[in-house]
Design a protein around this ligand. Structure first.
Ligand code: SF4
Ligand code: SF4
Length: 254
């Protein structure tokens, strides 16, 4: 599968400071060519990581496949040392990005229910966060294909992320009749664990608490920089969905 996320250098702007080469921990750049930035291993770049772009003092780095709305900071930001390079700490301090990643909003009770609760929570939290000076971006992304799921490092449906971090510390799932029907196979979807109980549709208070804690840093939420592989459960879903639709691509085109 072709790599769909990696840095591109504007050599007309680049001043050969070598920061991107030195700071990338994933050996994407050729260190033998340092300080000049030469992308040697694009396949090692972490999807949605903007770390080198945020550090570039002249805004010379953009990314293939970047549809996040991120723009090079042109040296206006002074990035703190992040814990990793997955992008989870690269969001500007006063910006909150809420992402809702789901498999289906047509028939899946769990995805639709969670979507409704999240809408309701965001309707209340957004004005309060804006009042506190935060710019709020709320995005819903259907994980329509296996390729897209891999691009987003999707682990379980549905997923809610705040500034790139899953609000759930771990993945818990049970059998999902709706997604099993969609794919014609046995598929598990996420259950949300809150105060000792499990919910197929999370309660409002759980989402509000998780989002506020993520924004104001009261809890450590898992980082998504670790090695990623599309879970077998989701592979089964995409292959089943494909075969039900009559397409023979194996889950990558629809
Ligand atoms: S985006 Fe992240 S992983 Fe990719 S080259 Fe830059 S620092 Fe390395
Ligand atoms: S950080 Fe920017 S200016 Fe420095 S070498 Fe990399 S691309 Fe060039």
């Amino acid at each position: 599968m072709a790599k769909t996320w990696y840095p591109v250098i504007n050599y007309l702007t680049c001043v050969d400071c070598g920061t991107c080469v030195v700071k990338c921990p994933h050996e994407v750049y050729d260190t033998e060519k340092a300080p000049s930035p030469v992308v040697k291993n694009p396949e090692s770049c972490i999807d949605h990581c903007h770390d080198c772009g945020n550090r570039c003092p002249v805004g010379a780095i953009t990314y293939v496949g970047d549809d996040t709305g991120w723009t090079p900071p042109n040296g206006e930001q002074t990035a703190e040392e992040p814990c990793c390079s997955c992008g989870c700490e690269a969001t500007p301090e006063k910006k909150v990005i809420i992402e809702y990643l789901y498999l289906d909003l047509q028939t899946c009770d769990r995805c639709i229910g969670t979507d409704n609760v999240l809408d309701e929570v965001m309707l209340t939290l957004t004005p309060a966060l804006e009042l506190a000076g935060y710019e709020v971006e709320y995005k819903k992304i259907e994980m329509e294909t296996a390729e897209l799921a891999e691009q987003y490092r999707f682990l379980s449906s549905p997923t809610i992320r705040v500034n790139g971090q899953d609000i759930c510390k771990s993945v818990a799932e049970n059998s999902c009749g709706c997604c099993s029907d969609i794919s014609g196979t046995e598929v598990d979807c996420r259950v949300f664990e809150y105060n000792g109980d499990s919910y197929e549709v999370p309660p409002k208070e759980m989402l509000a608490e998780a989002i506020l804690n993520a924004v104001f840093g009261q809890v450590e939420i898992g980082c998504s920089c670790s090695k990623y592989e599309l879970p077998e459960n989701l592979k089964t879903f995409y292959v089943g969905k494909k075969s039900k639709s009559g397409c023979s691509c194996g889950g990558s085109c629809c």
